[in-house]
Design a binder for this molecule. Structure first.
Ligand code: PCA
Length: 325
């Protein structure tokens, strides 16, 4: 009651001044694909609060977590078409649109947090270009912890992976599966637990955090810390929704985004440490792959890197050069 009253009073007071650039408070839907308790979502929630505070309540971002408004795979299109004003998405899942989206999933290229930031900085100009052409703007991006392999058995080499059904979430996960003789099945994060229980899959490549979110210890028992890559979530906004804001609000959103990128990075590190402990506490073997196994994976990674470089052409080459500088 009180809030409505205040809101109405504010509107009435502002009414004589409403000109071309003035807007009434607006609500933005923000679909995300991960659970409300996941560090990415917690970070997005803080971002939303920052935007509300920074715009004096003019923009109210409502987060719809866990694929509840749009499934992960549909979020990017929803933002492009304006069905949602803003959303959070794993951009590498859209590598079929442009190889540049898969930069963060090139095997063994950036496997530490520092390198992940460096690679993102190197890729940012190209990413911005591609997203702009799609009517999107990238606000901030936060890396997932390093990706490892989960199994329900001891795996000593690539031969042990043969025929195992694994959940895939982007081109790199699917290609790695193919090259290791596994069977990739595309499944949303929100459906991992169910797919494991139903026996649709018996393996994953993902972080300790997503393993924890999915309570994988109910079905799996080994987590190999392969550190294949560190994919990123990106918070993207519909260009029209953003540019329709008064300049002051645009600046506030950008400022909150910059803060969220820094805060999210730290959250990712902390969440990884905690999740590795949780996996162990629940009886999982958390181990490094044996040296010969790691070497086999490196070889497959080199093949995938060559394939990406060939796909990504000049734009890809310039990103890699900037990263290696
Ligand atoms: N979690 C997300 C992306 C990478 C990760 O660690 C997922 O599995 O969907």
């Amino acid at each position: 009651m009180k809030r409505t009253h205040l809101f109405v009073t504010t509107l009435l007071a502002a009414a004589p001044f409403i000109g071309q650039n003035a807007i009434a408070a607006e609500t933005w839907d923000m679909p995300t694909a991960y659970p409300a308790t996941n560090f990415q979502t917690v970070n997005a929630q803080e971002f939303a609060q920052c935007v509300s505070d920074g715009t004096g309540g003019d923009i109210n971002i409502v987060i719809h977590a866990n694929g509840s408004l749009f499934k992960g795979n549909d979020i990017k299109r929803a933002v492009q078409t304006g069905q949602a004003q803003i959303g959070e998405r794993l951009l590498s899942s859209h590598e079929n649109e442009n190889p540049i989206f898969g930069t963060d999933s090139i095997p063994f290229l950036a496997t530490s947090y520092d390198d992940s930031v460096k690679l993102f900085t190197a890729a940012r100009p190209e990413l911005d270009k591609v997203l702009d052409a799609q009517g999107l703007m990238l606000l901030y991006s936060v890396p997932w912890p390093p990706q490892g392999l989960y199994f329900n058995k001891d795996v000593k080499d690539v031969a042990d992976m043969n025929g195992v059904k694994i959940r895939s979430y982007n081109k790199a996960t699917a290609r790695l599966s193919e090259l290791t003789g596994m069977v990739p099945i595309s499944i949303e994060a929100a459906e991992i637990s169910q797919a494991l229980s139903a026996g649709v899959i018996s393996s994953l490549i993902t972080s300790a955090v997503t393993g924890q979110d999915s309570k994988v210890w109910e079905n799996l028992n080994h987590f190999y810390e392969v550190k294949a890559w560190m994919p990123r979530n990106a918070v993207i906004v519909n260009k029209g929704s953003f540019t329709g804001l008064p300049e002051k609000s645009q600046a506030a959103v950008k400022d909150c985004a910059a803060k969220a990128e820094v805060a999210g990075l730290q959250k990712s590190k902390d969440a990884n440490d905690a999740a590795l402990e949780t996996l162990k506490k629940n009886g999982m073997q958390v181990i490094a792959p044996a040296a010969p196994f790691a070497a086999e994976l490196q070889k497959i990674g080199a093949t995938m890197t060559d394939e990406w470089v060939a796909r990504a052409g000049g734009a890809g080459a310039s990103v890699i050069t900037a990263f290696k500088k």
